[in-house]
Design a protein. Structure first.
Length: 173
């Protein structure tokens, strides 16, 4: 079992606005929102023959919910290129898309207020099930155009190699 070191001076939880996403060894530009990491395990109810009125519960299959990434629309085509690995418009005989590399592992990193890496999660075998290239466009709005990808995945786990950082102290003169 991993041994955790605890920062006894930290009382506040980490904020949700300092994060980065990494895949294929590099950081993804401009990600402004990452959906929640959520898993659900089915409950299997069963009864023993001798139990007249009560049932027992056991864990069943575990499902990992899709993760949605959002970022502002730019000339960076990473989201689109990954989405095109699964579906490629106009592909015909001889130009089909290879599904050999349509899955990617991804790392989501959370940083503390001092900009130090505090927590990381590894997300396994992700692939794009939904791609939104442009949002609704509205000439009367005052907003950034956001594109999204929805990533199906086969599980995630906390990276135990990332330990709680020793936070710097503010020098008062």
């Amino acid at each position: 079992m991993a041994e955790f070191t605890v920062n006894p001076t930290r009382f506040d939880p980490y904020k949700n606005f300092k994060f980065r996403v990494r895949w294929e060894g590099r950081y993804v530009a401009g990600v402004s929102k990452v959906g929640a990491l959520k898993r659900t395990t089915e409950v299997v109810r069963h009864r023993h023959g001798g139990d007249p009125s009560s049932s027992r519960k056991s864990p069943g299959r575990t499902e990992y919910e899709a993760i949605v990434l959002e970022r502002g629309v730019t000339h960076d085509t990473d989201f689109e290129q990954w989405a095109n690995k699964v579906w490629n418009w106009g592909s015909g005989p001889g130009s089909e898309t290879s599904l050999k590399d349509f899955r990617r592992d991804m790392i989501i990193e959370v940083y503390n207020e001092a900009g130090q890496l505090a927590i990381a999660y590894k997300v396994y075998r992700c692939w794009v099930s939904e791609f939104q290239a442009l949002p609704d466009l509205d000439a009367n709005a005052n907003a950034v155009a956001i594109q999204t990808i929805r990533l199906e995945n086969e599980g995630w786990e906390r990276d135990q190699a990332v330990t709680e950082p020793v936070e710097p102290t503010l020098a008062v003169s």
